[in-house]
Write a protein that binds this ligand. Structure first.
Ligand code: ADP
Length: 387
């Protein structure tokens, strides 16, 4: 019994069907046994009564048909036993064939129920072994089909996460290699006496080390935002304060590159429920990028307007613009439209926009970019819901 309760699902299902069959057969036999005499009396009684002397009034005008066998009351018992034997024989054959069909049906049904579960089990084993492209075939629309669909969704997500993990390792190694190779090159040169031990050399080494340290900070921040581990301190925030704080912070760099920074905020904008520091971080990144990719003499505009239940913030520039192909990728981590240019200019690690987008999304908003193409300037827009 214990083995049955804990055995394989197919066996348990099969035996469950058999138990149902047995109980059905038992009930059929017992109930027919108990009711047979009553049924016999009810259905055969009038015929017998019809031929018992003194009850000929029950002949019923010959409606019983011409083949009614005339018996006396003493033969009723013999008649009943024959009736029962006939009934039992029919029951035996009927029950036998029904049991056989039920047996075949239970085997087929058990297999049909167990087979998708077995497929799921095998697929999950293969996924556990690292084969993330494994999927199961889904048939029908029942709960097992739902389970199969959910399993496939889970497998796709795992595959995606695994892909991102591998990509991240590749990207990080690549990003680390560049400054490390550079530092190593300078040090080799210094040791061999090929590179002069001048302040410029030390400055170059320092800048590469600084890039490494910024990269590590960015990676830490990226892993936090991607894991959704950033805790926002939501408070009522006035966008005017955010704009002036960002403008004040970046003004010296704008001045030294001779790029104009303009801000405009629509009248009567409500306070936003947001994390002030995070909002400043997002805008500093966008306004900083705008400066980086706008040549001297250009202009960057920072504006905010109300649009329905949201506030739309736009950072537009008259800079180098973004091609259609790059537009689709600039929010991917480590993506740079022009790697060499960004590096030469001491650009970031290529995760600034990824982090900014996660932070805006954490506020319940959206961040996207628009550009008419290279040389046409760009605009970065994000929304924040008004609560
Ligand atoms: P980075 O650290 O390289 O600036 P970001 O994630 O901030 O990384 O930006 C990713 C890429 O998007 C940049 O390398 C650049 O190619 C492009 N980009 C961002 N802002 C602008 C802009 N205002 N104009 C043109 N290209 C931009």
């Amino acid at each position: 019994m214990k083995k049955f309760l804990t055995g394989r699902l197919g066996t348990r299902l099969f035996f469950s069907f058999m138990i149902v069959l047995f109980l059905g057969g038992l009930a059929l036999t017992v109930v027919s046994g108990l009711t047979l005499r009553g049924a016999f009396n009810r259905h055969m009684g009038p015929m017998i009564a019809a031929v018992v002397p003194g009850r000929s009034d029950m002949m019923d005008g010959g409606r019983m048909g011409p083949h009614v066998v005339i018996v006396d009351a003493a033969d009723q018992d013999i008649l009943f036993r024959n009736y029962r034997a006939g009934f039992l024989e029919a029951l035996f054959w009927g029950g036998g064939v029904a049991s056989l069909m039920a047996l075949v049906a239970s085997i087929l049904l058990s297999r049909r129920i167990v087979s998708p579960i077995r497929d799921l089990s095998l697929a999950s084993q293969r996924i556990a072994a690292g084969k993330y492209d494994e999927r199961v075939q889904v048939q029908g629309e029942d709960e097992l089909a739902d389970l199969g669909n959910h399993f496939n969704q889970m497998a796709s997500r795992l595959q995606q996460v695994e892909g991102m993990r591998q990509q991240l390792i590749g990207d990080v190694s690549h990003e680390l290699r560049t400054p490390l190779t550079s530092i190593k090159g300078y040090m080799d040169g210094l040791m061999d006496g090929v590179v002069p031990a001048s302040p410029e050399t030390y400055m170059q080494i320092y800048q590469e080390a600084d890039r490494l340290s910024r990269l590590v900070d960015d990676l830490q921040e990226l892993s936090r935002v991607e894991a959704g581990a950033v805790r926002l301190e939501l408070r009522p925030v006035n966008l005017v304060d955010v704009f002036s704080s960002v403008a004040k912070r970046l003004k010296p760099q704008y001045d030294s590159k001779n790029v104009q920074l303009e801000t405009s905020i629509a009248d009567g904008l409500p306070l936003l429920r947001a994390d002030l520091d995070r909002l400043i971080q997002v805008l500093t990144n966008l306004v900083g990028n705008a400066l980086q990719y706008t040549p001297s003499g250009g202009r960057v505009t920072l504006s905010a307007v109300r649009r329905g239940g949201e506030v739309l913030v736009t950072v537009s520039d008259t800079g180098i613009g973004i091609s259609k192909d790059d537009l689709a990728h600039i929010f991917d981590r480590f993506y740079r439209a022009d790697k060499s240019r960004s590096r030469q200019q001491g650009g970031g690690s290529g995760v600034g926009l990824t982090i900014a987008r996660h932070l805006v999304q954490a506020h319940g908003g959206r961040l996207w970019a628009e550009s008419n193409g290279p040389g046409q300037g760009s605009a970065f827009l994000f929304t924040l819901p008004i609560h």
